[in-house]
Design a protein around this ligand. Structure first.
Ligand SMILES: Cc1cc2nc3c(=O)[nH]c(=O)nc-3n(C[C@H](O)[C@H](O)[C@H](O)COP(=O)(O)O)c2cc1C
Length: 183
């Protein structure tokens, strides 16, 4: 969950998606990135040696979760046509996993699946383009296939998504489909 706003639009959509996963007997773990202390990547490039980041912080707990999950949902509001800084820091720290995949060749191209939930206030055609590219490339780098997305435009105030029951039920379906795909 990439939004800092608990019970905001992203949070509520993600909760529906997680309920959808659970409706198929899937196990879920929700990570609220804003609650974690995750330094941005500092380009020390220690990861080139063995695929491990040399920065010690709460990202330590996240790497194994990202590698073990059968499915990953990235949910984020759009901030300045991109993902939130909190989420982007987590993603950038996955350069260490990129190294495992593309330099050390020891990260399997697993059949894991990933989906993106994006929420923005405006309605432009290109609103989600930058974030979709980032999420796709992130998933690819950690051995996850981008299989689905839910993009909700025109939602701004905290909890305004409650006035969009169709979006909430689509989020539920997204989660349910993800669970079916990941078995
Ligand atoms: C720093 C900041 C930047 C934002 N940038 C955009 C933007 O570029 N495009 C847009 O449509 N909405 C933008 N928004 C609005 C949020 O995407 C919108 O309010 C969203 O519903 C917030 O989701 P949340 O409740 O899950 O945090 C921005 C909001 C903030 C706080």
């Amino acid at each position: 969950m990439g939004s800092p706003r608990l019970k905001g639009n992203t949070d509520l959509l993600l909760d529906e998606a997680l309920k959808g996963v659970q409706s198929q007997q899937g196990e879920v773990e929700k990570i609220v990135v804003d609650k974690l202390k995750i330094s941005p990547c500092r380009e020390y490039y220690g990861c080139l040696k063995d695929g491990n980041c040399v920065i010690r912080d709460e990202m330590d707990d996240i790497y194994p979760k990202l590698l073990e999950a059968g499915g990953i949902i990235i949910a984020s509001p759009i901030f300045f046509y991109g993902l939130t800084a909190q989420l982007k820091a987590l993603i950038d720290r996955c350069q260490a996993l990129w190294v495992r995949k593309y330099i050390l060749h020891n990260l399997p191209d697993a059949a894991r699946k990933g989906v993106f939930i994006g929420v923005g206030a405006t309605r432009g055609k290109q609103l989600f383009d930058g974030s979709i590219l980032t999420v796709k490339y992130f998933f690819k780098s950690i051995g996850v296939e981008y299989v689905d997305e839910l993009l909700v435009r025109g939602v701004d105030k905290k909890g305004e998504i409650r006035k969009h029951p169709a979006a909430l039920s689509t989020a539920f379906e997204l989660g349910s489909r993800l669970a079916q795909r990941t078995g």
